[in-house]
Design a protein around this ligand. Structure first.
Ligand SMILES: [Zn+2]
Ligand SMILES: [Zn+2]
Length: 144
């Protein structure tokens, strides 16, 4: 079994894959947010395009999403209520591990939940946190 990218602890085939293949439609903002993270990991620009609101849709994004040079490491969902999800996403760029924290807002368009806007929040990797690289060591003793 392949664990899903989105931190759900479920198997990929039973989690985000059906969404990315268009076989199922996410029923909550949280499911959609998780599946969009998996789409970032897998460079599925078309899915990211399809799941954002009309005002955000930009056909040029598909290409740039597919060519992004970021190595996504992991996702941590911090809170979720109604149409709002706060998450941290860890990634590696060049040789540095970075984190971004975002409050995402979702709306319903044509009976489908879509991503509508995001607000960046300050975030940092704590010294005593388990390193996002997956080594199991503390961050301060690993990639810092
Ligand atoms: Zn998933
Ligand atoms: Zn590390």
């Amino acid at each position: 079994m392949k664990a899903c990218y989105c931190d759900s602890l479920k198997a990929y085939e039973k989690c985000c894959e059906p969404f990315l293949l268009g076989k199922k439609i996410p029923k909550s903002a949280l499911e959609l947010m998780r599946s969009r993270y998996s789409a970032y990991v897998l460079r599925k620009g078309q899915y990211l395009y399809d799941t954002c609101s009309t005002k955000l849709k930009n056909i040029d994004d598909i290409k740039s999403m597919n060519e992004q040079n970021i190595n996504w490491l992991s996702l941590k969902v911090q809170s979720f209520k109604n149409n709002e999800v706060v998450f941290m996403a860890y990634y590696k760029e060049k040789n540095e591990i970075l984190v971004l924290k975002e409050k995402s807002l979702f709306i319903t368009e044509d009976k489908k939940i879509v991503y509508d806007s995001g607000e960046m929040l300050p975030a940092q990797i704590e010294r005593n946190e388990i390193c996002p690289c997956g080594s199991g060591k503390k961050y301060k003793k690993c990639c810092r």
